[in-house]
Design a protein around this ligand. Structure first.
Ligand code: UDP
Ligand code: MG
Length: 144
């Protein structure tokens, strides 16, 4: 069963020039990229995307950060995509992220932790549909 998951390479990682390295790690781990774009989130988008956290003390800082510069959003396909990407990304707090994970390598802080990865199939669908229309998703079989 091939599943989908959704990722955001966050503003710190894009600004640090790490987009290519992170995409390399994702592709080397066996994910197929079926949607990809560079975009800037506005405050409405960021507040909606992180609505589940709106009552948390870090929400304002998180929205400020996510709107501070361009992000790269991606739709990925793989067996066990959600769980496997979460493992590759590592713990939310980079100090607790396993060596070799994306957050261990590229995060600057708990907030500026380099990358988002969906935490369930249902949330993945909700999240990618905020950034990709059906027409933008590459469903043709291609190698890459
Ligand atoms: N975050 C934060 N402070 C915290 C916890 C989370 O700034 O104490 C930010 C961080 O960027 C994280 C995002 O909020 O990635 C969403 O938090 P969540 O707990 O969902 O972590 P994730 O699923 O991204 O690992
Ligand atoms: Mg989360």
């Amino acid at each position: 069963m091939i599943d989908r998951t959704f990722t955001i390479i966050k503003p710190n990682a894009v600004a640090d020039g790490n987009t290519g390295k992170i995409l390399d790690m994702i592709i080397a781990a066996g994910f197929r990229v079926i949607g990809l774009k560079l975009t800037c989130m506005d405050r409405n988008q960021a507040q909606k995307f992180y609505a589940i956290h709106r009552d948390r003390p870090f929400f304002g800082e998180l929205v400020d950060f996510m709107t501070s510069g361009p992000v790269v959003v991606g739709l990925l396909e793989k067996e066990h995509a959600v769980a496997d990407l979460r493992r590759l990304v590592g713990a939310t707090d980079p100090a607790k992220a396993e060596p070799g994970t994306i957050r261990n390598l590229f995060a600057r802080s708990v907030t500026k932790n380099a990358i988002h990865a969906s935490d369930s199939d249902e949330n993945a669908r909700c999240e990618w549909s905020q950034f990709f229309t059906e027409e933008e998703i590459i469903t043709a079989d291609y190698r890459g």
